[in-house]
Write a protein that binds this ligand. Structure first.
Ligand code: F6P
Length: 357
């Protein structure tokens, strides 16, 4: 009997989404009789029944394409069960759409929020398979998420490019990278780009230590410094604050940014000339790297195998280089952050990288 597969992408986009969609579709078409229904703009499409029937040609020529052919949006998990002004019961609507489309399963491609929503739908009795996508690499239970390595490539190139101009002008260049609450992207790109100082949320920094590290470089005859700083980086004092207190403090600075804040302190305290580069959404743009194309294809085709075996309520993870199905209930709501005792931290320290602690 034909299997009816719904597929959606949710949360921030990233390179590799289309490659994963293609992986699910091509492998499914190859393995069993199926019909694929694209749910548009994430969970919104499920709530408002916005969908498109897709055919095999829709999945050709998209391996290298950035973004998502299905569109995406953010529907926060904590709002899912809240009835808002439009009086819509979002969860009821999603279940209704799933039933109206006569789906056998729903494949959701997304990050942490998406995994929480996918688990919620599993609890509602839907057959769900999630795929781990995010440039933040912060999904629990998988060593790697697709989109991460493409973002590392982009961020590394940014750091590479500021080196020469930092050198010409004797400046301290701060490169602020995405990653939300996790420092993975900054840690990898920082090491790959040869940053002198790496500041990540998991290792709150002491400003004095940062100034000291910069002074030490100057004294050692290094005329410039590169600082890779995660958007979520915080000082040791900030790390002691409650979420509410920190928000209040940050709200005092319009358009707060970790890098601009620190850059002005560095200039004041050390007299060094500073400049800030924020590549922002470029880190999520463009074609996936070859690594991500392979990873997305691996995860997508594995999802199709799980559909064939009717194994639902799972996310597809990579653990020790092996693809595996992990129960959604085990990972939903958990964040995978950098462990300060991580080998990579000591590796970086051995080549002289300072973490401001
Ligand atoms: O989760 C991916 C991510 O790019 C984070 O690194 C960043 O904090 C956030 O999304 C930005 O979100 P938006 O695209 O909504 O500005």
């Amino acid at each position: 009997m034909e299997k009816r597969i719904g597929i959606l992408t949710s949360g921030g986009d990233c390179p590799g989404l289309n490659a994963a969609i293609r992986g699910v579709a091509k492998a499914s078409f190859g393995m069993f009789d199926c019909s694929i229904i694209g749910i548009e703009d994430g969970f919104k499409g499920l709530i408002y029944n916005k969908h498109k029937q897709m055919n095999e040609f829709d999945f050709s020529g998209i391996l290298t394409r950035g973004g998502t052919i299905l569109g995406t949006s953010r529907t926060p998990y904590k709002q899912m069960r809240v009835i808002e002004q439009d009086n819509i019961d979002k969860v009821r609507n999603m279940v209704n759409t799933y039933e109206a489309l006569k789906l056998d399963c729903l494949v959701t491609l997304g990050g942490n929020g998406t995994h929480k929503n996918a688990n919620l739908l599993r609890e509602e009795g839907l057959n769900v398979i999630a795929l781990p996508k995010t440039i933040d690499n912060d999904i629990w239970g998988t060593d790697i998420t697709f989109g991460f390595h493409s973002a590392v490539d982009i961020a590394t190139e940014v750091i590479d490019r500021v080196h020469t101009t930092a050198d010409s002008h004797d400046r301290v260049m701060l490169v602020e990278l995405m990653g939300h609450k996790a420092g993975w992207l900054t840690l990898y790109a920082g090491i790959a780009g040869g940053a002198d100082i790496i500041l990540i949320p998991e290792i709150p920094y002491n400003e004095e230590k940062v100034f000291e590290a910069l002074e030490n470089r100057r004294t050692a005859g290094k005329n410039f410094s590169i600082l890779a700083i995660a958007e979520g980086a915080m000082t040791q004092e900030e790390a002691m604050m409650s979420k509410k207190e920190l928000k209040k403090l940050r709200d005092l600075t319009p358009n707060y940014s970790a890098s601009y804040q620190l850059a002005s302190e560095i200039a004041k305290r050390t007299g060094l000339e500073t400049r800030v580069t924020i590549p922002g959404h470029q880190q999520r743009g463009g074609s996936p790297s070859p690594y991500d194309r392979v990873l997305s294809t691996t995860l997508g085709t594995f999802a199709a195998e799980m559909i064939a075996e009717k194994k639902y309520g799972i996310t597809i993870s990579i653990v020790n280089n092996k693809t595996k199905a992990t129960p959604l209930r085990e990972i939903a709501g958990k964040l995978k952050l950098v462990d300060p005792n991580e080998e990579l931290i000591s590796t970086a320290s051995k080549v002289g990288v300072r973490f401001g602690n």
